[in-house]
Design a protein around this ligand. Structure first.
Ligand SMILES: [Zn+2]
Length: 279
């Protein structure tokens, strides 16, 4: 998920900005969309003079073309007639990709506001700072910026008897039986490369070499920055980590199981490896 080129990120509204535009109103992790938002051909998130429900903590998060984009928390728990409240991930195939990406930014900004209302050092209520980019404690001066959690993803491949093979795993947290690349959060003092080697060893008991950077992507569930790598198998036998990995296997590039959604960096990584294998 990538912000479109026509999007200008902002932290507060331009002067005299009207409340009209695109409203990304969340209740918990659910986004309010109009019933017509299921047609992925138009800017169909609630639009008009203002949001369709009472909201808290509204703030402008940028411009899509000339259109202000607003993030806010819903003041209601149930969607009004003609609207639905659904987790953002369930809207992946029903909203235009560009709106999914802007909604991801809205979700992250709202999550930052929600979790930084008080100073973590002295518990004093924080105030908006740095034109909306940060929150500052007026008592002790601590400054908080939106939290981003760097996570690595790695697709391990090897040369099998019939061609290139991909190591894909099914995690205990995956809701559908989907096989994906390995992933994990970076720990204090680690480099991304250290993290790749540690996670592969922990999750499947293998050693890897020849790391290649592939790309990165924001993953707003709730605030990950996924950094993806390719790696070559070096040694070891697959041993799945209990409690983390249900199954991990070598799959021939031409015969893959159910894969993650096309908007995920995991899927782009897998598709890239398959294309390389077919060359
Ligand atoms: Zn403080």
């Amino acid at each position: 998920m990538f912000l479109p080129a026509s999007f200008t990120p902002l932290w507060s509204a331009p002067a005299a900005s009207p409340p009209s535009g695109l409203w990304f109103v969340f209740e918990g992790g659910r986004l309010l969309t109009s019933a017509t938002a299921c047609q992925a051909n138009a800017l169909t998130v609630p639009q008009g003079d203002g949001p369709p429900v009472t909201v808290d903590g509204a703030r402008c998060i940028g411009l899509l073309g000339e259109l202000p984009c607003w993030a806010a928390r819903a003041g209601v728990e149930a969607a009004p007639p003609g609207f639905t409240l659904e987790p953002l991930r369930r809207l992946f195939d029903r909203l235009p990709d560009e709106l999914v990406a802007v909604a991801g930014r809205a979700a992250q900004v709202l999550e930052f506001d929600r979790t930084h209302r008080h100073c973590g050092a002295c518990a004093t209520p924080t105030q908006e700072s740095d034109e909306g980019r940060a929150r500052r404690c007026p008592a002790c001066g601590e400054v908080y910026y939106p939290r981003l959690a760097p996570a690595m993803m790695v697709l391990v491949t090897r040369q099998g008897p019939g061609g290139r093979e991909l190591l894909l795993a099914c995690g205990t947290r995956s809701r559908a039986p989907v096989y994906s690349a390995l992933a994990g959060f970076v720990e204090p003092s680690e480099s991304l490369e250290d993290c790749v080697r540690r996670e592969v060893e922990e999750e499947v008991g293998l050693q890897v070499c020849s790391l290649r950077y592939f790309g990165s992507q924001c993953w707003p569930f709730p605030h990950s920055l996924m950094v993806a790598f390719m790696a070559e198998y070096a040694s070891g036998e697959i041993h799945c980590q209990e409690g983390e990995i249900v199954d991990a296997q070598w799959f021939p590039a031409g015969r893959l199981p159910a894969l993650p959604h096309r908007l995920s960096v995991a899927r782009r990584l897998i598709d890239h490896a398959v294309a390389e294998a077919e060359q």
